[in-house]
Ligand binder design. Structure first.
Ligand code: ADP
Length: 393
């Protein structure tokens, strides 16, 4: 591969390991893939290398075997003897400490483990991914890129919860926000689409996927976002409940005899689109069922679009006006219905959707008319590229 600068981006989940290998000289991905069902008997390794897709079934007892299997395939195809220069790790929670990406040391790993108190479903897996990769690549820099970092400086009034202040301080209980690399990326791309500097714009970014969060980006900085201390707050999601009255938790624990693990599971894995519709957490299946007349699927779909609209309205106030609204992630990028439904009641802000551009275009684009006071864009997100850029930086 000659003089290329290769950055391996890793995103470790509890039973998965996603990877993306970037040639940062050209900022292109040369290989990407995902190991799934790690530690669960027969696992899958799916990857695309040099444009060729493959999927293999094999036992992958731990993340170490998964990483070894990934590296073996990279070495026999694109890597050969070319060294990897650095490894970038997606870390969900940086707690109160990390407002920027950081070169990983033992202290950083311990912090990531410690911040599992805020992200028990994500941070332990992220830390394990880091340890595994550092053992495989002991001599290259490893960088942690936090989902929370972009939101690190949102003002106190936007991140404080109405509980006793001493407890907030004692435990770091506050809004942190997530999907930071995605919000930062799509806001920057939107500025490019508008041919205006980001520092002159007020943008509401809508990351609508399995996880959903909305962000108010004021002249390039996050000033509020819908997710909270954990990724459970805000808009309803595939399986997460979004914002609910906290008393619902007490009531269900009492009357359904649920302990901590059971209520955590219910709110994170059995709620949202899945819990309301009873059909699926996958929005494509919700759309099919809703179109076929399933009332609960319609309700789930309506609630999602309503929540997104609510946040856009709220953030128009937070930003004292909006120049652009951006849709991204699986649903935001692909669902013409969600975008048109959300935008249909934003005419008071000056949004005038170009229906043809919304329905027929693909990729990065503007989907409002030339006369629309607020520009609406679609920008497919690229969190892995952002992590690779951060790693180089
Ligand atoms: P994650 O948060 O896991 O990265 P994604 O951003 O990939 O998730 O979003 C996944 C969601 O996007 C799923 O609900 C899926 O149904 C939805 N989605 C993907 N493609 C389409 C499509 N063409 N139309 C509607 N929804 C889609």
């Amino acid at each position: 591969m000659g003089e290329t600068v290769l950055v391996l981006v890793l995103n470790a989940g509890s039973s998965s390991l996603k990877f993306n290998l970037f040639d940062m000289g050209k900022e292109v991905s040369v290989a990407e893939g995902n190991a799934e069902r790690i530690g669960l008997g027969e696992a899958n390794l799916a990857y695309t290398i040099e444009g060729e897709k493959r999927k293999e079934a094999m036992p992958l007892p731990t993340h170490r075997e998964a990483l070894e299997a990934i590296l073996e395939r990279l070495r026999s195809t694109v890597l050969h003897d070319t060294p990897i220069h650095a490894v970038g790790h997606r870390v969900v929670h940086g707690g109160p400490k990390y407002g920027d990406s950081v070169l990983i040391t033992e202290e950083v790993i311990r912090d990531v483990e410690h911040f599992a108190m805020y992200a028990p479903l994500h941070n332990p897996a992220n830390a394990m991914g880091i340890r595994t990769a550092m053992a495989a690549f002991p001599d290259v820099p490893h960088v942690a890129v936090f989902d929370t970092a972009f939101h690190h400086n949102i003002p106190d009034h936007a991140r404080t919860y109405g509980i006793p202040y001493e407890l907030s301080q004692k435990y770091g209980i506050r809004r942190y926000g997530f999907h930071g690399t995605s919000h930062a990326y799509v806001a920057a791309r939107t500025a490019i689409l508008l041919c205006r500097p980001l520092r002159s714009l007020r943008v509401v970014t809508c990351h609508i996927g399995n996880g959903t969060s909305i962000c108010a980006v004021d002249h390039g900085k996050s000033v509020d976002t819908s997710m909270g201390m954990t990724p459970l707050q805000g808009v309803i999601m595939g399986t997460r409940c979004g914002t609910i009255d906290p008393s619902v938790v007490e009531m269900l624990m009492e009357y359904e005899h649920l302990d901590y693990n059971a209520i955590t599971d219910l709110l994170n894995k059995k709620s949202g689109l899945l819990g309301i519709s009873g059909v699926s957490s996958d929005f494509r299946e919700i759309e099919l069922a809703a179109d076929a007349g399933n009332d609960r699927a319609r309700l789930a779909r309506d609630l999602l679009t309503y929540n997104v609209r609510q946040y856009i309205g709220a953030y128009a106030t937070v930003l004292n006006g909006v120049d652009a609204i951006t849709f991204t992630a699986g649903i935001g990028t692909h669902s013409t219905y969600v975008r048109s439904k959300v935008c249909s009641k934003l005419s008071f802000l000056g949004v005038e959707l170009d229906h043809e551009a919304n329905e027929q275009g693909t990729g990065e684009r503007i989907i409002t008319t030339p006369g629309s006071r607020v520009v609406v864009t679609v920008v497919p997100t690229n969190e892995e590229l952002m992590i690779a850029r951060e790693t180089i930086r």
